[in-house]
Design a protein around this ligand. Structure first.
Ligand SMILES: CC(C)(COP(=O)(O)OP(=O)(O)OC[C@H]1O[C@@H](n2cnc3c(N)ncnc32)[C@H](O)[C@@H]1OP(=O)(O)O)[C@@H](O)C(=O)NCCC(=O)NCCS
Length: 157
């Protein structure tokens, strides 16, 4: 969270209208990063590291507000997409991201989940690509990589 490249969005209650313990309703942490896509090409992305809404503020649109804020900032700075990881057991968060049109990224080790759509993947790997015999279960992978392509006036591809 305290990485020097981390950026924060904080949603706070209006003055004098917040619960006694804290004015903060939720926050998002993200970084501008470059991630390899399926063709190993570098893609600029806004990578979401944390998204938390306080218990009193859940299901009131705060999470969507923060995520849309990250999307708007990413789009403004010509990021191709927003990416994030979510634990497969965190079904509430997966439903939330699915509701906001996130899909399983082509780079996710786990390629399908009953609660969320999988983004189209490229065709079968070329014949000389090395096949990895290990699946996600062999590697104890318990998270999905999700993403959403961003609109951008300067995204030409
Ligand atoms: C996941 C989380 C960020 C959602 O924030 P939120 O402010 O409650 O979500 P919103 O009110 O903006 O909901 C947006 C949509 O997602 C849906 N949604 C939100 N929480 C949901 C849940 N638990 N189950 C099903 N759908 C859910 C809402 O119904 C809403 O859909 P609608 O537009 O049809 O009404 C929040 O629950 C949270 O902080 N969870 C704990 C931390 C966490 O798991 N973070 C994600 C880590 S990857």
């Amino acid at each position: 969270m305290f990485h020097h490249d981390a950026r924060f969005l904080i949603a706070s209650h209006l003055e004098n209208q917040h619960p006694p313990d804290s004015p903060v309703a939720g926050f998002a942490t993200f970084r501008f990063e470059v991630e390899p896509d399926m063709e190993d090409e570098d893609e600029p992305v806004a990578y979401l590291y944390e998204l938390h809404v306080s218990p009193q503020s859940k299901q009131k649109g705060v999470g969507s507000l923060l995520l849309r804020g990250v999307e708007a900032i990413g789009s403004h700075w010509s990021m191709k997409k927003v990416m994030l990881t979510v634990l497969t057991v965190n079904v509430n968060a997966i439903k939330f991201y699915a509701r906001l049109d996130y899909t399983i990224d082509p780079t996710s080790w786990i390629a399908s989940h009953p609660l969320i759509t999988t983004a189209p993947r490229s065709e079968a790997p070329a014949e000389d690509d090395e096949q990895d015999p290990l699946g996600p279960e062999d590697r104890d992978i318990d998270y999905l990589i999700l993403s959403k392509i961003l609109p951008s006036s300067t995204n030409s591809a």
